[in-house]
Design a protein around this ligand. Structure first.
Ligand SMILES: Cc1ncc(COP(=O)(O)O)c(C=O)c1O
Length: 377
């Protein structure tokens, strides 16, 4: 049995998405900028995808810009906002994805901004009082905080953060890579200027994503070139990627309730079974509280075998991700776990679920974990 529990890293392409993309790899090959019928056909594929995204986010299609994925959208949002909007101060947290952190750290190193890190509580949630203090003691800030943490799953109170940003006239970018198309997001109801998505996190193709840019925000392109994406992102479009992104977005919203219930069920079941069967097990982040339903970060007891956990799980056919130095194979370990004060001597494993996972797979994984921990059943 092969069990894939690494869906926060990437998800399997949905067959329905593949079927929608295929004609754009074969018969519909015109350059979307060409005005002849070949170009008009592919232009219409791109604009259909844009409309699907805009409709579901309750924004205008003109506020959606296609990119090569989450990282490019984030770099565009952060670098261009700082460059073009006169921003001299940015606020983020130490547990953001490196696409955000490294981008802001370079801007600070280059003397473009002062960078502040908001305090986090023990579970890794943003301290809103501290955020307000940082906002009130600095002139126009850029706030970049993620909607759900990709390692521990913590959810940000998006509306509250948006309201604080509005109160202090700050620009708010929210990295929604892990939540996009996993929750319904009505952007008319939140004060957020920029969010981003990546198709491969919701059963779409890899290497394609988008940036939502509120029409009130006027920034220049990150990359210069042709007049594609209304002069915001030059370069011939990733046509079949964008078509796949649109289709994946549509399916995710169509089936969201059922998939959410199914996946949350698997997560809750896994939590219960782990607590029942593995003495001393804990969870990193706020697994039973305000937490992304697709992610469960398990903090195992330190036992001899446990340090080889990921390796043992892989041998058993189970794919998951590491969190601390001893399990990820990296010397540095996870910056997220370190910054929430998780005990780095105990192994942490991130299990992340999708609509394709079954209870049988979770049972199989649990039986292997019990073997690893030599629990008598
Ligand atoms: C929270 C978060 N932000 C950004 C990214 C980067 O997305 P991409 O790999 O599509 O560039 C990821 C991907 O792992 C992520 O989980």
């Amino acid at each position: 049995m092969k069990v894939y529990l690494d869906n926060a890293a990437t998800t399997a392409l949905d067959k329905e998405v593949f079927d929608a993309m295929l004609p754009y790899m074969t018969e519909h090959f015109g350059n979307p900028s060409s005005i002849h019928s070949f170009g008009r056909k592919t232009r219409s594929g791109i604009e259909t995808a844009r409309k699907i995204i805009a409709k579901n986010l309750n924004v205008s299609p003109s506020e959606i810009f296609f990119t090569s994925g989450g990282t490019e959208a984030i770099n565009t949002a952060i670098r261009c906002a700082i460059h073009d909007l006169g921003i001299k101060h940015a606020i983020t947290s130490k547990i953001e994805h490196h696409a955000v952190l490294h981008c802001l750290e370079v801007l600070e190193k280059d003397g473009k901004i002062k960078l502040s890190f908001v305090d986090l509580d023990k579970q890794g949630h943003v301290d809103l009082k501290n955020l307000e203090a940082l906002l009130s003691s600095n002139d126009k800030s850029l706030v970049s905080l993620m909607h759900a943490n990709n390692e521990i799953g913590n959810l940000l109170p998006l509306k509250k953060v948006g309201d604080l940003c509005e109160k202090y006239n700050a620009i708010f970018h929210c990295d929604t890579t892990q939540t996009m198309a996993h929750y319904k997001l009505d952007l008319q109801g939140v004060n957020v200027h920029m969010v981003n998505g990546a198709a491969h996190k919701f059963h779409g193709p890899k290497g394609v994503g988008f940036l939502y840019l509120n029409s009130k925000i006027k920034i220049n392109p990150f990359m210069y070139g042709g007049s594609q994406e209304r002069n915001m992102r030059g370069g011939t479009e990733n046509l079949y990627g964008i078509v796949g992104l649109g289709k994946a977005f549509e399916i995710a919203h169509r089936d969201m309730e059922a998939h959410q219930a199914h996946i949350q069920g698997l997560k809750t079941y896994m939590i219960e079974q782990l607590e029942k069967n593995i003495p001393g097990v804990e969870f990193n982040g706020d697994a039973k509280g305000s937490s992304l339903y697709t992610v469960l970060n398990v903090h195992f007891p330190a036992t001899e075998n446990a340090e080889m956990m990921l390796f043992n799980l892989d041998i058993a056919g189970i794919a998951a991700s590491g969190g601390s130095a001893c399990t990820s194979g990296s010397n540095q370990g996870s910056h997220v776990l370190k910054n929430i004060g998780s005990d780095m001597n105990r192994p942490s494993v991130r299990f992340s679920f999708s609509k394709y996972n079954t209870k049988e797979e979770i049972d199989f994984c649990l039986s292997k974990l019990k073997e690893i921990f030599l629990v008598k059943v």
